[in-house]
Design a protein around this ligand. Structure first.
Ligand SMILES: [Zn+2]
Length: 136
């Protein structure tokens, strides 16, 4: 998409600190890093989110997540990683082009687990929740 920020980064129309690139994907540093080495992975072809991503692009995108996580592990020797996707405004997605955050984590870095991003437990039982999902 011509007006998509991340498509423009993928086309090198906008500069970014690229740390990995192949035919299908690009990895670049988040401009507002939450930790040293905070990196984002994008498929080069436009997809607003994982539901819109063509199946053929999913494998290459996740492979890049794995490769870059390994590289960040060597570069920063963190104690762990938080790897995640914000999908939709409610989750905090700002750029409507799928991007996967890789955030190196360190003991006592002040962050919390991915479970801390929301606290809205269902009132129904897990069995009822699972039934809703399985029946589709
Ligand atoms: Zn795009």
């Amino acid at each position: 998409m011509a007006d998509c920020l991340f498509c423009r980064i993928a086309k090198k129309e906008i500069k970014a600190e690229v740390v990995y690139e192949d035919d299908e994907t690009l990895a670049f540093l988040d401009i507002t890093p939450r930790a040293p080495g905070h990196t984002m992975i994008i498929p080069k072809s436009h997809a607003a989110n994982i539901l819109e991503l063509d199946d053929s692009k999913l494998g290459p995108t996740l492979l890049t997540v794995k490769k870059v996580t390994g590289t960040l592990n060597k570069a920063f020797q963190p104690d762990g990683f938080t790897i995640g996707i914000n999908q939709g405004r409610a989750s905090g997605q700002v750029v409507d082009h799928l991007h996967i955050h890789i955030i190196p984590r360190f003991n006592n870095d002040g962050g919390k687990s991915i479970h801390s991003v929301v606290n809205n437990p269902p009132v129904e039982s897990l069995a009822e929740t699972a039934k809703k999902i399985r029946q589709l």
